[in-house]
Design a protein around this ligand. Structure first.
Ligand code: ZN
Length: 203
């Protein structure tokens, strides 16, 4: 499986990092080795001193697709969840300043947390769904899919122009505002409409 990620999909997050608002979705990928195995802690890598959490709505692709039309995109996923796109912000800032690819900062081992998946039919609309991240019991990120610049179906259409989607691939749809650092000892919990879908320890 592959993990496809969207950057800069929420206006308030673009502003908090002083990024430019993109004219089309920013796309990057993580290899399957980035997946944090269930029940394992997230270990802060030695090459960074500023790892940030980014909670994101995620969807699991359920069939092969290429050049998917936005109006048919909803047929390509049945399940949604929340995940974390862990980012070595110091490294990413250095790479961005040089115009270099982000992979070392975004695609390292353990950088992709994937919560338990839930049928999308549990919700009235995937474009109006609340999600939040708690750190040590406090809410640190809280948003709703309605604030996405590009909706899930638009993202699937755009991504599938470049990359064939396969069963089991996971799409991270971008983080809202409120990103911040993690430290050893932190506990992170992700919620979708109040339901906890992951809980991880930071070491
Ligand atoms: Zn992200």
């Amino acid at each position: 499986m592959k993990i496809i990620c969207i950057g800069r999909n929420y206006v308030n997050h673009i502003e908090e990092l002083n990024n430019e608002r993109p004219s089309e979705p920013v796309i990057f990928m993580k290899p399957d080795s980035a997946l944090l195995q269930k029940q394992f802690p997230f270990v802060i890598p030695e090459f960074t001193t500023d790892v940030h959490y980014e909670i994101e709505l995620i969807v699991k692709i359920n069939k092969v697709g290429k050049y998917i039309e936005p109006t048919f995109a909803h047929k390509y996923y049945d399940e949604i969840s929340v995940g974390i796109d862990f980012t070595a912000r110091d490294l990413q800032d250095a790479l961005k300043a040089k115009g270099l690819p982000w992979e070392k900062a975004k695609a390292f081992d353990g950088s992709a947390v994937i919560g338990d998946f839930v049928p999308k039919t549990n919700y009235t609309s995937v474009d109006d769904i609340n999600f939040e991240l708690h750190k040590n019991g406090d809410t640190v990120q809280k948003s709703n899919a309605q604030f996405m610049l590009w909706k899930i179906d638009e993202l699937i259409a755009e991504v599938s122009k470049y990359f064939t989607l396969r069963t089991g691939d996971v799409l991270f749809t971008g983080t809202p505002e409120g990103v911040g650092p993690v430290a050893a000892g932190d506990v992170l919990e992700g919620f979708l409409e109040g339901k906890q879908l992951f809980k991880i320890q930071v070491k």
